[in-house]
Design a protein around this ligand. Structure first.
Ligand SMILES: Nc1ncnc2c1ncn2[C@@H]1O[C@H](COP(=O)(O)OP(=O)(O)OP(=O)(O)O)[C@@H](O)[C@H]1O
Length: 599
């Protein structure tokens, strides 16, 4: 049993490493676009590594030449040479990081752009199934992680490898025996690093996942403040946050602690190596196998040899955390997009407004039946009300009309055109939405209304606002149409927000209107104004209304009653009442609860 588990664990590790390799290759493909700058960076890395080796070599050579012999011939030249080597070393370091930062910034700029564009190609289903804060975390934290790593780690890795190889080559050339002595501690280093990085890689990935989870939670809590306060849920919310925060702290704590331990371990092994080189080197010098200068070079190189190993292990962790971040970014970039239009799909011509459902069935999950065998037809200009208990499938029908989802069976026809043979974009351009949560963007009232039709003049904006009964409150605001709004603007009431979104829809003048009637309580006067505005909005266009209060849809041309995903009744208000069926039942129960007494 234990063996099986171990084998499984090893298998997982292998696949993670394989996965990391794929991700690194993918990051590399972004860097490759900046080939010329990368070549310059590489040249600078080679120069700085070579100059880093040359410095100690010159010092050792100088000791043997001048101090051992007492000669001073050309000593000042050596000093100038040494100074030049160290100045050039610093310059090459500076240039490599300057160019690398440019490459890194460009790379994450492209990644951010790709990720943001991708968001617009994903289906509504994708967003429904994910926390928005967690997605935010990918475009901010995860990309930032990649950026930080590219800024420094790529250089570090290359220069560490070069320094390692160069140092080893010069050491072997000077004294293979002393090289062997210097290398004694290397296995210890490898074992220590392997043990630590094996654990930290997993911890970093966990930390990033938990950070995304916590961000998602924070976003949810901020947008749900009103509900939390009204249900006095603050203690529960704070407790849940504490648990998430604690989990993040734990993975962060261990990841940082183990990472922080690496330099200390390396420092200790470094000092050990230095002591061994000095002792054994001193013994060799006494025996005449090596010169004092060689020991000085070796003692310096023994540090140079362990430092890149140390750096590589540090960078390994940073790289792992960047790979984890990049993985989460690529995960979204690779997500299947909202189904593309079918081959040969054509733009829908300007619509008259006929919509038909023929035997339409659909389910969110495979094998289910969220809605089935839907048959109805909306004539141009008709108002269709969708009525039914919660979870009956009203929003699903709207989702199908808007083509956020495609029917599994049956046909949806727009002016007689099969929905699958027309482009989504051309259809949605002819649709307008007035939803429960009237989404307002950051910007002025004027801009928010104009969002309905970007080329509308100021006069047209005011005309739409008047038709939507919104003008009366806008012109009373100190800055009128120039009043700045934000998404959660507290200065604008729920009803006023709805009036603004009606004005936006009136301006857009769509052939098909989708409306989700607001359920939130709105004062009687505003509600009357909304009803009046709606009369303007509904006139002359095919409208689908999800109605919650049945008295608002008495005038609808057709009321479609849905129960458990099926159409159970269809007809006008009077016809359905006379039928004394499910609609009659719903209507009477609302009447009893006084819901209908509101205007
Ligand atoms: N994105 C989704 N993924 C999976 N199931 C879903 C999804 N959206 C809705 N459902 C399920 O489909 C069924 C119909 O939901 P729908 O939202 O269409 O009902 P509704 O009549 O609009 O309800 P309400 O009046 O409460 O808004 C419900 O059982 C619901 O849980």
């Amino acid at each position: 049993m234990v063996k099986i588990q171990r084998e499984r664990h090893a298998g997982n590790q292998k696949s993670t490493i394989k996965g990391s390799g794929r991700t690194i290759r993918r990051i590399w493909s972004y860097l490759a676009d900046e080939r010329n700058l990368l070549i310059l960076v590489l040249l600078m890395i080679v120069a700085s590594s070579a100059l880093g080796l040359l410095g100690p070599f010159l010092i050792g050579w100088g000791i043997d030449k001048y101090f051992a012999t007492g000669s001073t011939d050309g000593f000042s030249l050596l000093l100038i040479g040494l100074a030049a080597v160290y100045v050039m070393h610093s310059l090459s370091l500076w240039f490599q990081s300057y160019w690398m930062i440019g490459i890194a910034q460009k790379t994450v700029y492209i990644m951010r752009r790709q990720l943001f564009s991708k968001f617009h190609q994903l289906s509504i289903d994708f967003f429904n199934k994910r926390q928005h804060g967690e997605l935010m975390s990918r475009i901010t934290n995860d990309i930032e992680n990649v950026s930080t790593t590219l800024n420094s780690s790529v250089i570090q890795v290359f220069s560490s490898v070069l320094t390692l190889v160069g140092t080893l080559a010069v050491m072997i050339w000077l004294s293979p025996m002393l090289t062997l002595v210097t290398m004694i501690i290397v296995p210890l280093m490898f074992l220590g690093m392997k043990w630590i990085t094996g654990r930290t890689g997993k911890l970093y990935k966990e930390q990033q996942g938990r950070l995304g989870e916590m961000n998602g939670y924070i976003e949810e809590i901020i947008s749900g403040q009103r509900i939390i306060k009204s249900f006095s849920q603050e203690p529960q919310v704070i407790e849940e946050f504490r648990i998430k925060n604690q989990r993040l702290k734990e993975s962060g704590y261990w990841a940082q602690t183990l990472t922080g331990f690496i330099p200390k371990l390396m420092n200790m092994l470094n000092n050990l190596s230095f002591t061994i080189v000095a002792t054994v080197g001193g013994f060799f010098a006494l025996k005449g196998y090596v010169t004092i200068g060689t020991i000085v070079i070796f003692s310096e190189y023994s540090r140079q040899f362990t430092r890149p190993l140390n750096d590589l292990s540090n960078q390994f962790n940073t790289l792992l955390s960047a790979v984890a971040g990049a993985d989460r970014v690529f995960d979204i970039i690779d997500t299947e997009e909202e189904a593309v239009d079918e081959k040969g799909a054509v733009p829908l011509p300007n619509m008259i407004g006929k919509v038909e459902f023929k035997d339409v069935s659909f389910s969110y999950e495979k094998g289910g039946d969220t809605v089935s065998n839907l048959n109805f037809s909306a004539q141009p200009g008709e108002t269709i009300a969708l009525v039914g208990p919660t979870g009956a499938g009203k929003s699903t029908i709207i989702n199908l009309i808007s083509r956020f989802y495609e029917p599994e069976q049956g046909l949806i026809l727009f002016d007689g055109h099969d929905s699958k043979k027309i482009t989504r974009d051309s259809l949605r351009k002819q649709m307008g939405f007035v939803l429960q949560d009237s989404f307002l963007f950051q910007g002025s009232i004027r801009e928010n209304i104009r969002y309905g039709r970007l080329d509308a003049t100021d006069e047209e904006v005011v005309k739409a606002a008047k038709a939507a009964n919104a003008h009366f409150f806008i012109h009373r605001l100190p800055k009128g149409y120039d009043t700045e709004l934000s998404q959660d603007d507290a200065g604008i009431s729920q009803g006023q927000r709805q009036l603004l979104s009606i004005a936006r829809a009136i301006l857009a003048d769509p052939a098909i209107l989708i409306m989700d009637e607001a359920t939130s309580s709105i004062d009687t006067i505003t509600e009357l104004k909304i009803q009046e505005a709606l009369q303007h909005l509904l006139k002359g266009r095919t409208s689908f209304i999800i109605a919650h209060r049945l008295n608002t849809i008495k005038n609808a041309d057709q009321i479609i009653v849905i129960e458990s995903g099926k159409i159970v009744e269809k007809g006008s208000h009077e016809e359905l009442l006379a039928k004394k069926g499910f609609y009659h039942e719903l209507y009477t129960s609302q009447l009893e609860k006084n819901i209908l007494l509101k205007p």
